[in-house]
Design a protein around this ligand. Structure first.
Ligand code: NDP
Length: 441
């Protein structure tokens, strides 16, 4: 904490992992002696840079860009780029730290990284978004490479932004390599990559439910967010016969008791991906649904206070606090699986565990996105492409393996059924062993 003052999100992510891996360090004196955890907490490299660009009014805008190259012990740095006004060093370090363990869990050779900017894409014209992406990628291009560091999307960065950044990289470097993932299908992208995080999340939840002889069929689900992860999470829940009753954005949330079926989801996708509108518009189209605006400074988030069986937070960090967790428990929720990164505070996780709720941390349950990015990298390396069915089958395999790894690692250390401990332990041990084998470098 003294070394990284004010980095609250990074402290939070570190505390969670440290708490889980203590049992591993206690059993393996060498991990302690070699200071493997201390080394993992220190990014291999942090790159911070100026991004200046000109808006539609001809005014110069100055933003800050970042790339955190956290850990490359098991493969090239890999992790998304986030464009959101809240972006700062603490948030990106927490994301890069989590990413290292997540990538380790996928079983694909990928190290951990993350990056982004405090640029706010909301309300910007198409031309402004393109100019910003070009300015950002001009500097980023110096620091990435298809065997070095392969960025992808995250909040505020989807196919459109990846396209503009890839175009800039290709022009500067004069080469066509798979240096970004989430590319368009015509220019090196992988089928199923857009769907992968949301689909993977639900495959993971199905594995958790199957373990207890249950399934998603007939389950009522709370989903937050309405972006990439949330949309495909809803699609897959519907596919498995569940019913989703909520969606949100940063302005508020909708509750639709009848469920968000395929037609309603198509409306949300058009609203969010094409018109870039607000979720509030859902109730104008479907008047039986209820919209509730965000109340600044509220002690809890009302989206988590509805009768349901499962909850899938898919918006952003710290959207479920201790009070929200208690509301979930009181409303009968038995499973919480994270689509977002660190959406549940450490206090809230304690409430879920204390009440027997099955809880899956994002580094395990949302790893399908980066897993499929790994598949995209393999296709690019080999100069070939797999069909949607082939990629989907690989994604299902990755999620099943991660599920098993979590259960196995937890059980090995006497923490049966604790997915959080299992994910942290399994993710840590692989990276730690690689670092140990490679010496003090
Ligand atoms: P998108 O930008 O597509 O969607 C983000 C959604 O969350 C939007 O509905 C957005 O609302 C909402 N949101 C963002 N910030 C806030 C906030 N501060 N308060 C309330 N709502 C907010 O991003 P993704 O769907 O890609 O990412 C969602 C989460 O999933 C993030 O935590 C990300 O790190 C994680 N993730 C994403 C992966 C991917 O493959 N895309 C992979 C693994 C994890 P609004 O429209 O108002 O901005």
């Amino acid at each position: 904490i003294a070394k990284n003052p004010g980095e609250v999100e990074f402290h939070q992510a570190a505390a969670e992992v440290l708490d889980s891996v203590k049992v591993v360090l206690d059993k393996n004196a060498e991990y302690r002696k070699l200071k493997l955890m201390e080394r993992m907490l220190e990014p291999e490299r942090v790159i911070m840079f100026r991004v200046n660009w000109v808006d539609d009014k001809g005014e110069v805008q100055v933003n800050r860009g970042y790339r955190i190259q956290m850990n490359s012990a098991i493969g090239p740095y890999k992790g998304g780029l986030r464009f959101h006004p809240s972006v700062n060093l603490s948030i990106l370090k927490f994301l890069a730290f989590e990413q290292t363990f997540k990538n380790s869990l996928t079983g694909i050779a990928m190290g951990g990284g993350k990056g982004g900017s405090d640029f706010n894409p909301k309300g910007k014209s198409e031309a402004e978004v393109m100019r910003f992406c070009q300015a950002f990628a001009t500097e980023l291009s110096r620091h990435i490479g298809h065997r070095l560091d392969v960025p992808a999307g995250d909040i505020g960065v989807g196919g459109r932004e990846i396209g503009y950044m890839y175009g800039t990289y290709r022009k500067i470097k004069n080469e066509f390599t798979g240096v970004f993932t989430g590319k368009g299908i015509e220019w090196g992208g992988s089928l199923i990559r857009p769907e992968a995080t949301g689909y993977g999340l639900i495959y993971f939840a199905q594995n958790m439910l199957h373990e207890a002889g249950d399934s998603l069929k007939g389950k009522t689900c709370l989903v937050s967010g309405s972006g990439n992860v949330a949309q495909y999470c809803v699609e897959k829940i519907n596919h498995f016969g569940g019913k989703v009753v909520t969606l949100s954005d940063s302005s508020g949330y909708i509750y639709d008791e009848e469920g968000i079926d395929a037609a309603k989801l198509a409306f949300v996708m058009e609203l969010k991906n094409v018109r870039r509108g607000r979720i509030e518009e859902y109730v104008a189209k479907y008047p039986k649904a209820v919209y509730t605006a965000v109340k600044e400074g509220a002690a809890s988030n009302p989206i988590w206070n509805h009768k349901a069986d499962c909850a899938f937070p898919c918006a952003t960090q710290n959207e479920i606090n201790e009070k929200d967790a208690q509301h979930l428990v009181n409303n009968g929720v038995k499973l919480v699986a994270e689509g977002a990164n660190m959406p549940t505070t450490n206090e809230a996780i304690e409430v879920l565990h204390a009440n027997g709720v099955k809880y899956a941390p994002g580094k395990a349950s949302n790893a399908g996105g980066v897993g499929t990015s790994g598949i995209e990298m393999m296709q690019n390396y080999m100069g070939m492409s797999w069909t949607a069915e082939e990629v989907d089958a690989k994604l299902q395999g990755i999620m099943k393996n991660i599920h098993q790894k979590c259960l196995h690692a937890a059980e090995q250390y006497g923490l049966k059924g604790n997915y959080m401990a299992g994910a942290n332990i399994a993710g840590f041990v692989k990276v730690a062993d690689a670092m140990k084998a490679q010496g003090i470098v």
